[in-house]
Design a protein around this ligand. Structure first.
Ligand code: F3S
Length: 421
């Protein structure tokens, strides 16, 4: 298939609009050709995941673009970086790491981006609208944008996302196109109590399960009796995009492209139908627990980054209580949500309890945790999935209530009541 370029695309490719656009457009055109895209399309926004410092190659790429005078052509938010810019010295981050990680932050900021430094841009700034074409990186953000908002983005890899932002163009392929957004596998919830469906703890577990079963296919979930909150969808999507490669899901009667089963499958029959039972969910929850020692060094919440609603819920759980002195309690969030939490009078409650807050980054993308932290607990399926391999830590999974109760007791507590029914 021959790629059709507009005159403006060709002008960028020739270098008429500067060296940075030439470099970015040449990468986009090559990717579009490999992907058999017929044309490029306009995007209205971008979210850049290449901001995380993982070595010299990513830094060199960012600084090369910056030195060529790169500027983004559409509103562009930034994912987490490798450090908490103003507080990295409070953690175990070496200056050898912090210095290049900070250079990478500066390079991306110089391109006219919005320095959100968050993996949950859909909660920190205005969201894209239904049907809008965007180029987002970061798996949890991609699946939220596609599924919950109904905006359209492919799974953009690091380095390619910024090329789309600089040109304002993306290959017309994958999830940008209506024909590729039909559901593929039907998951029917069977005898899952409404109490469990209402609980925040349900969504990471369900997401982990669906990701493992659907892999990179588009799952359609039927039988949900409650309407999940944005935070619950956030937790579900992050789990499904970690254990699998889910970039779009539909929930029948709830998400915007699934008013009915027929709508979700675009009138086609599902390629596969699976029932989701309590036994499967219990097994999935168990798979998120990588330790049975009961010991606890740190609770980590905010993966993806904590929202204001989650800040408020945590404050209500810990108010007037005391954390065990041997357990650290880490929140990862962004500056916007943390400022709002401060304005809402929440930060003093967190401080009294002994909570530490990190912004701009997270414990999986910054080498911030001291070696004495060995046993962790989290309410995030994504954190639980990645932390053993990336950090070499033992991790237990529980609800936010479990995390708070464990931090107070000094050992891991997990309430089984919702999972027994
Ligand atoms: Fe965000 Fe870090 Fe989790 S980037 S989704 S807090 S692994």
């Amino acid at each position: 298939m021959t790629l059709q370029l507009t005159e403006k695309d060709r002008a960028m490719l020739r270098g008429d609009e500067g060296a940075a656009k030439k470099m970015a457009m040449s990468i986009i055109v090559r990717m579009a050709e490999i992907s058999n895209a017929e044309k490029l399309l306009d995007i209205v926004g971008a979210h850049i995941d290449s901001t995380v410092y993982i070595g010299d190659a990513g830094l060199e790429f960012a600084e090369k673009l910056a030195s060529l005078g790169a500027k983004v052509a559409v509103p562009t938010t930034l994912n987490v970086s490798g450090i908490d810019e103003h507080h990295w010295q409070e953690w175990s981050v070496s200056s050898e790491w912090a210095q290049p990680a900070h250079r990478q932050m500066i390079a991306y900021q110089s391109m006219g981006t919005i320095p959100t430094w968050t993996c949950a841009p859909y909660q920190a700034v205005t969201k894209p609208a239904f049907g809008e074409q965007i180029a987002w990186g970061e798996s949890n953000a991609i699946v939220f944008a596609n599924s919950v908002i109904g905006a359209r983005t492919e799974r953009y890899p690091d380095l390619f996302d910024i090329c789309c932002a600089i040109t304002g163009r993306a290959p017309a392929m994958g999830l940008h196109l209506t024909k590729n957004r039909a559901g593929q596998i039907l998951f029917r919830l069977r005898n899952i109590s409404t109490d469990l469906q209402k609980s925040d703890e349900f969504y990471p577990v369900l997401g982990h399960l669906i990701g493992k079963l659907a892999l990179d296919k588009i799952p359609v979930i039927d039988g949900m009796t409650v309407t999940p909150t944005d935070d619950q969808f956030k937790a579900f999507g992050a789990g499904a995009a970690s254990s699998g490669g889910v970039a779009l899901f539909h929930v029948v009667g709830i998400t915007p492209e699934a008013s009915s089963l027929e709508d979700a499958f675009h009138g086609n029959e599902p390629a596969q139908i699976m029932d989701v039972t309590m036994d499967m969910l219990r097994e999935s929850r168990q798979a998120l627990n990588h330790t049975d020692s009961g010991k606890l060094d740190m609770v980590a919440v905010g993966c993806p980054h904590l929202s204001l609603a989650e800040y408020k819920k945590l404050a209500s759980l810990i108010k007037g209580k005391n954390k065990h002195p041997d357990v650290k309690f880490l929140i990862t969030s962004n500056r916007a949500m943390t400022l709002l939490a401060q304005e809402a009078g929440i930060l003093p409650i967190l401080k009294d309890f002994g909570v530490q807050i990190t912004v701009d980054t997270c414990s999986l993308t910054s080498p911030m945790l001291p070696p004495e932290i060995k046993q962790m607990m989290t309410n995030s399926a994504k954190h639980s999935y990645y932390a053993p391999g990336l950090l070499g830590k033992d991790v237990a999974y529980g609800s936010l209530e479990d995390c708070v109760n464990s931090a107070i007791a000094g050992y891991i507590i997990q309430d089984e009541s919702l999972w027994k029914k």
